[in-house]
Ligand binder design. Sequence first.
Ligand code: GLP
Length: 241
Amino acid sequence: MELVIADDAAAAGRLAGGIMADHIRGGAHAIGLATGSSPLGAYRELIRQHRERDLSFQRVQAFLLDEYIGLPPGHPQSYARFIRDEFTAHVDIADDAVHSPDGNAADIPSAAASYERMIATRGPIAVQILGIGGNGHLGFNEPGSSLRSRTRVKTLTPKTRADNARFFDGDLARVPTHVLTQGLGTIGDAGHLLMIATGAAKAEAVAAAVEGPVSAFCPASILQMHPHVTVIVDPPAAAYL
Ligand code: GLP
């Protein structure tokens, strides 16, 4: 595992975006995207390289990690919409090349299975960008998730719902209770895992993921079992390393 302590959050984002850009220039045909605030700096860097350095996404398929169940299509906090607003609408990737689990499907288990099939068919994912939850979750694989899990329904923990209430005007009642998420096994199939964590609120989870025991209690500890991992943190997030 490669661990980089960047000067600050902005530098962490630039570095992560640059690593993704290198994969795309090197011919990656599938990339894995994440939501949350952690990857935003990386997306800004990719958008900059698209505008200023001719980085093209025309031949790239993109796969999101997860989606809330039951938010109406186009809801501003649906992850499909979030990734479009924050990233994909600003580069030359085709709309139908950006994939996410269907949180509005009538048959959710079969939506999970078909997402797995799509990744298997159009993958493998060359590089997967990741944030980390304050409780060590990856995607929406909450503590207790099986280390080999595949895309499936998960129930959010009270901590994750409280952490994410800020995106729903602070109103906990509006945060969905269930999600569809790639499993830890699905995430581990990507060729390169690139995790970004910034801020003191992530310090404990980062230390558990990077230096703690590999355990379902800290889903991000699967990073230790993967052959190609880069973790980029800022100094506050590195405080307990
Ligand atoms: C959500 C997402 C995760 C993300 C996490 C941390 O729960 N499902 O993929 O890593 O939040 O979010 P943030 O980066 O905003 O701290």
